[in-house]
Write a protein that binds this ligand. Structure first.
Ligand SMILES: Nc1ncnc2c1ncn2[C@@H]1O[C@H](COP(=O)(O)OP(=O)(O)OP(=O)(O)O)[C@@H](O)[C@H]1O
Length: 323
């Protein structure tokens, strides 16, 4: 767990803070996304976790221990770091790049090589083909995969990821996001993820910290709750006027309170429980029906009505509690 306690940062020579009295906790195994407009202090906040930047006041605890009490080696072992624009060393091979932190931690060569190959496979790159290439010989998307592999090298429980998928086209970006979420399902790291893209935040975050200019925490909650109940005008305009649709995309049919199905036939289209509400809505409107039958495999789970979906576009009605 990472705890921010009244953390502020004013850069030398500046008169106003760029990070302002942040207090919140990031739970173990969760992805916490810092999002907000340019200059609101996202990167500064993230870099205070691994002490690339020191706070002016307040403290950051990692598993209950102030990070100031940890040595450089301890911090490197505990915290992986993947940065914007990839940051691979151009004159080192892919294997040497991935082996950077194991090298600093004095791992022997064999262990580092085995780990490198394992990570290349994890991020979907054939070790035989890519291990000895240089970064310039890889596509942007492949380089970003290597950036993620490098951050994972020493198997740190915490990962800091600063716009890790920023430098690629939208389609590659979406693929990288999905691949990474699948990897995270297995590795369950505690992740701080910086982006300025609210859609990426909604997709990647278990929690989202929305920062606003001056480094204030405008809202800290699950994507679901932020979309349902934006805390202020600022949050509401930052998440966008399509927040209702975003929320429908995020919510699965199976997450809703369902009505009993009165027999499975003749009650509108069949909706798989994993389908998003946005797709379910489209099916129901397309079929001209007020309700659909929610199924999982061959079993009928219940019935979903247009009214229940409409209820969701208000506040939090209609949805089961929890994510
Ligand atoms: N080393 C520094 N010295 C002085 N001011 C700095 C320094 N680094 C950042 N700043 C200022 O602090 C503010 C916050 O910067 P930061 O990089 O944390 O924001 P950000 O939200 O990550 O921005 P972006 O989305 O544009 O990357 C900005 O106004 C920036 O100019």
């Amino acid at each position: 767990m990472i705890e921010f306690r009244e953390v502020s940062k004013t850069y030398a020579g500046a008169t106003t803070p760029v990070v302002n009295d942040l207090t919140f906790e990031i739970q173990e195994g969760e992805i916490c996304v810092f999002v907000g407009p340019s200059g609101c202090g996202k990167t500064t906040t993230m870099r205070m976790v691994n002490r690339l930047i020191e706070p002016t006041s307040g403290e950051i605890l990692i598993d209950g221990q102030p990070n100031t009490a940890m040595s450089g080696t301890q911090l490197r072992r505990k915290i992986g770091y993947a940065i914007q624009q990839i940051g691979l060393f151009p004159h080192r091979t892919i294997a040497e790049n991935i082996g950077t932190v194991p090298g600093l931690l004095n791992w022997d060569k064999r262990r580092t090589n085995e780990r490198t190959d394992e990570l290349l496979e994890l991020v979907g790159l054939d070790p035989g083909q890519y291990r000895d290439r240089y970064p310039a010989e890889l596509s942007g998307g492949q380089q970003q995969r290597v950036g993620v592999a490098r951050a994972l090298a020493a198997d740190p429980p915490i990962m800091l990821m600063d716009e890790p998928f920023g430098a690629v086209d939208p389609i590659t970006r979406e693929r990288l996001q999905e691949e990474f979420l699948k990897i995270q399902d297995d590795i369950r790291k505690t992740i701080v993820f910086v982006t300025h893209d609210i859609d990426e935040a909604i997709k990647m975050g278990d929690k989202i910290a929305i920062l606003k200019e001056g480094g204030y925490l405008a809202q800290y909650d699950t994507p679901e709750n932020i979309l349902a109940n934006p805390a202020s005008e600022f949050v509401s305009s930052f998440v966008g006027s399509d927040r209702v649709l975003k929320r429908l995309s995020l919510t699965r049919v199976g997450d809703m309170d369902l009505e009993p199905a009165n027999g499975s036939a003749g009650e509108g289209p069949r909706l798989e429980k994993t389908m998003s509400l946005k797709d379910a809505l489209s099916e129901m409107i397309g079929a001209g029906e007020e309700r659909g039958v929610v199924v999982s495999g061959g079993d009928v789970l219940g019935s979903l009505t247009l009214d229940a979906i409409r209820g969701l576009s208000g506040r939090s009605g209609g949805k089961k509690s929890g994510r």
